[in-house]
Design a protein around this ligand. Structure first.
Ligand code: AMP
Ligand code: GLY
Length: 417
């Protein structure tokens, strides 16, 4: 088979690397990819939102399967357009992706199907939202842009004044652009967070090992929310009992609800969860593999990823027995200085000799004249598969300083929480 993967980050590098192990695949393309992906796939200079160019390329190269990894092309309906052109695509349709693309929709969906989540209110009008905050007496409170905002559209405000200021930033100054034309204001939940990624063909659900992201920019969960600064798998809070609660009370209800709404979901459904004292609640859904969770979870997969993707499309996931290594997956992001606010790109990168069990995924790099340069906020992921979190931490953190570029930084506490 010839495969085209859409995207350019560490997640896409991890997906390409896992697909590379498949005996079904002859050639992998990635659009647009990055300097690391270029070592295992042919990168093509097509942007993920250039749907016509993706369709044209897929036709001319006779691509057998397109894997759509990022949120924007999924929400924009790339899978629908590929299907309309009789090109096989892995990922949910535009209607199914709305579970991620509109928090206003996902909240009302959860309310309708009795899926536990934080109490909330939705606003399209600034004055109404301002008045609501005025009357509110419970803080912190959480403000969320309803639309896609690069994983950064969530603000936790500790008091009324900062909540009002954040609301103004979102709805009047438009710091998240049109993503915050609609704002969700919700109850602040407390408890350990965990992520559950599931393959689903709309009937069968196959959960991957659980994982835990680290969203804040700095050690000790300080600073702004980022796309994620590191992850490990399995999540520490995850027990068999919790798994049963999550599958019965959240995952099954979600898949069934989406079917009832005529939004059958095929692909990877991401459950961002919080284990509160009143049970597990949904923080967010994503309609795709998470980044950086994927860079911690996919190295644990023993089965053929291409075969799983085909089964989710064909509706035959029930026929597969998907195998995972019973180990710890661990991944730390090396970011550019200033990430997530002001990222300067284009610094030359030097990589020393890494231990051979380190898996280096490129997230934001490019190559020019044989030299490697930074090309994004998140630049690398250092991943490892190990027997324990302690061993994984020791391995990654004893290698991470071998990656050198101006302003580079990382969190040193991944896996400690
Ligand atoms: P999201 O992009 O919706 O996953 O939100 C980003 C991060 O904000 C989450 O990973 C949580 O750490 C935090 N967060 C979101 N919603 C809530 C909430 N209702 N209560 C507490 N923290 C939240
Ligand atoms: N790690 C969170 C996300 O992919 O949105």
């Amino acid at each position: 088979m010839k495969i085209l993967v859409i995207g350019s980050g560490g997640r896409e590098h991890a997906i390409c690397a896992k697909l590379k192990e498949s005996s079904l695949i002859k050639k992998i393309y990635c659009a647009p990819g990055n300097a690391g992906i270029a070592s295992i796939a042919t990168c093509v200079d097509i942007k993920p939102m250039d749907f016509l160019a993706i369709v044209d390329f897929s036709k001319s190269e006779k691509i057998d399967l397109v894997v759509v990894a990022p949120d924007n092309p999924l929400s924009g309906g790339l899978v629908d357009i590929l299907n309309a052109n009789e090109i096989k695509a892995f990922g949910p349709t535009k209607k199914a992706s709305e579970i991620e693309g509109s928090k206003a929709f996902s909240k009302s969906f959860m309310a309708k199907y009795g899926i536990p989540t934080a109490n909330y209110a939705v606003f399209n009008d600034y004055e109404d939202a301002k008045e609501y905050l005025e009357r509110l007496d419970k803080f912190p409170v959480v403000l969320k842009a309803s639309g896609l905002a690069f994983g950064k559209g969530v603000i936790i405000a500790n008091d009324k004044v900062s909540a009002q200021n954040s609301l103004e930033d979102m709805m009047l100054s438009k710091v998240f652009g049109d993503a915050a034309n609609t704002v969700v204001i919700e109850e602040f939940l407390e408890g350990p967070e965990l992520t559950l990624l599931c393959f689903t063909d709309g009937k069968t659900i196959s959960a991957m090992p659980s994982s835990q992201d680290h969203k804040k920019a700095f050690d000790g969960d300080k600073g702004l929310n980022t796309g994620g600064m590191g992850a490990f798998s399995p999540a520490k809070a995850y027990t068999l009992e919790l798994e049963k609660e999550i599958l019965d009370n959240i995952v099954k209800k979600t898949i069934d609800g989406l079917n009832k709404e005529n939004r059958t979901f095929k692909g990877v459904l991401y459950f961002g969860l919080m284990a509160t004292k009143d049970g597990v609640k949904v923080i967010e859904y994503n309609a795709r593999f998470g980044d950086p969770e994927t860079q911690a979870v996919l190295p644990l997969l023993e089965s053929d990823l291409c075969e799983i993707m085909l089964a989710t499309i064909d509706g035959t996931l029930d026929k597969l027995d998907i195998k995972w290594k019973n180990k710890v997956g661990f991944s730390v992001v090396v970011a550019s200085g200033g990430y997530p606010e002001h990222v300067i790109k284009g610094y030359e990168i030097e990589i020393g000799k890494l231990d051979k069990d380190i898996i280096l995924y490129h997230a934001g790099t490019k190559e020019e004249n044989g030299k490697l340069y930074t090309n994004g906020g998140r630049v690398f992921n250092l991943s490892v598969v190990a027997d324990s979190i302690e061993k994984a931490r020791e391995k990654v953190y004893s290698n991470i300083d071998k990656i050198k570029f101006t302003g580079s930084r990382y969190r040193s506490d991944i896996g400690l929480k």
